[in-house]
Write a protein that binds this ligand. Sequence first.
Ligand SMILES: *Cc1c(COP(=O)(O)O)cnc(C)c1O
Length: 248
Amino acid sequence: MTDSPTAVRPERRAELAAGLARVRARVADACAAAGRDPDGVTLIAVTKTYPAADVVALAGLGVTDVGENRDQEAAPKAAAVAAAGAAPRWHFIGQLQRNKARSVVRYADVVQSVDSVRLAAALDAAASDVRDRPLDVLVQVSIDGDPARGGALPGGADPQRGLDRVAAAVAGAAGLRLAGLMAVAPLGWEPVRAFARLAEVAARLRADHPGAAALSAGMSGDLESAIAHGATHVRVGSALLGMRPTLG
Ligand SMILES: *Cc1c(COP(=O)(O)O)cnc(C)c1O
């Protein structure tokens, strides 16, 4: 058993359990401060750079959702986790090349990083071929509107990257379901200001797409602000699993 690629050492399990308890307490405190029900916030454990064994251990500790940002890493990890008998929901949260769509739709339950009409079309084609249910999609939105970085542009008229265009493309795709929005607070912005703006964008989107209720915002450093501004999903890596050796 110790040779199994998904076996986890007891010390590591204890470390993960302690990290999970700390993060769950932070989420609970933030929900209490915001007058929100903690059941309304899903913790996504961001397991990038960490092995399949950690995912299996986290699933054993009650984590239901995991996030990954690179297909080359996530595809074999998802296969190893499934082979070990664990079945978390997989969220793809990284920049996605269209030629990876076919791979990602095989294991991802949710893709959170759709930020162009072109990518929505590629995912729709792949999902329609490979899956028997629509793929949940969150449109990634750029909070500062900088077109040089990832994210659809709120209020933008760009036919590829304008948020309304991307959301309409997802909503109109038979293989996809528009579930909501995802964002990362821009570097140099106060999280409170970033997530307040994001909440306005999300409210506008919901007026057009009432089913698009998910708001994925907040990471290890800023989950409290995100919860105060309505996040339904927080994506937590380092506070749960430890500092990553390299930027992932
Ligand atoms: C890595 C990553 C996270 C988690 O970041 P931490 O600071 O380690 O919690 C969240 N969201 C995205 C999109 C990421 O790439």
